[in-house]
Design a binder for this molecule. Structure first.
Ligand SMILES: Nc1ncnc2c1ncn2[C@@H]1O[C@H](COP(=O)(O)OP(=O)(O)OP(=O)(O)O)[C@@H](O)[C@H]1O
Ligand SMILES: [Mg+2]
Length: 354
């Protein structure tokens, strides 16, 4: 296994700047997820690690070895592509065996390793089939088996579950996490699905527009988002963000006041709070009043859209069923520890909890 380190990696495609200076360290045996919207540079980052793209600036290290100028075959990495990229004219066995044949392993060793990978992925019964005779989920397993059969130092996965239906995705994401743990392999996993990122990542790097916005454990990313981008990208429904003002320990937001605020902030701020942290009723914290605009009952939770008296709209998420009616008045409390303040210019977090 190996640690992977990117230092100041810049990648341009003509006039497009795909990566604008990526610094990222992935620890030995760690599962790191790259999460971000379409076009933010996730696949490019993986391809730079694999050696399929050469950075225009910056260096790539495996442990302390500078691999920036090494071709993919000298790096001992495996990549699972979104499309799986299985060879249609080869049976499953030969697809999995292929990277070992390229490495000129003896036939008996190849058989042993293919059996090992196939058993791990529970596809022993499919070795004689061609890819077109498999379901999407089975193809995905074959692609993973082919990637792990060489026992790579670093396993790279680019949205490997995106072609699967919702139920299979949920099953496979925990299987991939377990597999990574079992193999102890260093993994970089790309997704734009935040729940998948939370399940699979020991840590998550949230990317936007060719930059890393924050690296942290799923819990850190959720509880202490570094800026408004991360705050609103993670969590569903999205974090509410309102304009506010801090003066002399007083936070004013949406026509309400909260005293005793111990933030460094002064003047204009952005006030963020997650829908699931809002309480119905009046308690200690920021009390907001308004009218219920619209209620979505999802069974396990209820999402309430509220038009505040100040004119702002917010979303509240209550676990289970909630006894609220559209058009009725509602009073809500945001507890102090659920309030995040952000700088209105830079979007950077000022404090989590007030
Ligand atoms: N070979 C290429 N030639 C030109 N531009 C490219 C090339 N590869 C990527 N790009 C551009 O670089 C940027 C980052 O692309 P990348 O594929 O890394 O995004 P991504 O985060 O993987 O997105 P998605 O979630 O849609 O797969 C995009 O603007 C993309 O159009
Ligand atoms: Mg991509």
């Amino acid at each position: 296994m190996a640690s992977v380190r990117l230092e100041g990696v810049v990648k341009r495609f003509g006039r497009t700047i795909a990566l604008r200076g990526i610094d990222l360290e992935i620890r030995d045996g760690e599962s790191m997820v790259l999460l971000g919207p379409s076009g933010c540079g996730k696949t490019t980052t993986l391809r730079v690690i694999a050696g399929l793209e050469r950075p225009d600036e910056g260096r790539v290290y495996f442990d302390d070895r500078d691999v920036t100028d090494l071709p993919p075959r000298s790096r001992n990495v495996s990549m699972v592509f979104q499309s799986y990229a299985l060879w249609p004219h080869m049976k499953v066995y030969d697809n999995i065996a292929f990277p070992l044949k390229v490495r000129r392993l003896p036939e008996s060793e190849i058989r042993k390793r293919v059996r090992w990978a196939a058993e791990l992925m529970e596809i022993e019964g499919l070795l004689d089939r061609y890819p077109h005779q498999l379901s999407g989920g089975q193809r995905q397993r074959v692609a993973v088996a082919r990637a792990i059969v060489v026992e790579p130092e670093v396993l790279l996965m680019d949205e490997p579950l995106s072609n699967l239906d919702a139920i299979l995705r949920v099953k496979m994401r925990s299987e991939i996490k377990k597999l990574q743990r079992k193999l102890g392999v260093t993994m970089v996993y790309v997704t734009h699905d935040q729940v998948e990122a939370m399940v699979i990542g020991d840590r998550i790097a949230v990317m936007n527009n060719g930059r890393i916005m924050q690296v942290g454990t799923p819990s850190q990313i959720y509880k202490e988002p570094a800026n408004t981008f991360v705050a609103t990208f993670i969590g569903s429904p999205q974090m509410n963000i309102l304009e506010g003002f801090v003066d002399d320990g007083k936070l004013v937001v949406a026509g309400s006041e909260l005293l005793g605020v111990e933030a460094e902030a002064r003047g204009r701020v952005l006030v963020g709070f997650r829908p699931e942290r809002v309480l119905i009723g009046v308690f200690d914290g920021l009390v907001l009043e308004g009218v219920v605009d619209f209620v979505e009952s999802l069974g396990s939770l209820t999402i309430i859209h509220v038009a505040l008296d100040s004119g702002s709209k917010i979303v509240v998420s209550i676990s289970g069923e909630a006894d609220v009616e559209q058009g009725s008045r509602i009073r809500l409390t945001v507890p102090r520890d659920a309030i995040h303040l952000f700088d209105p210019e830079s979007g950077s977090a000022i404090t989590h909890g007030v």
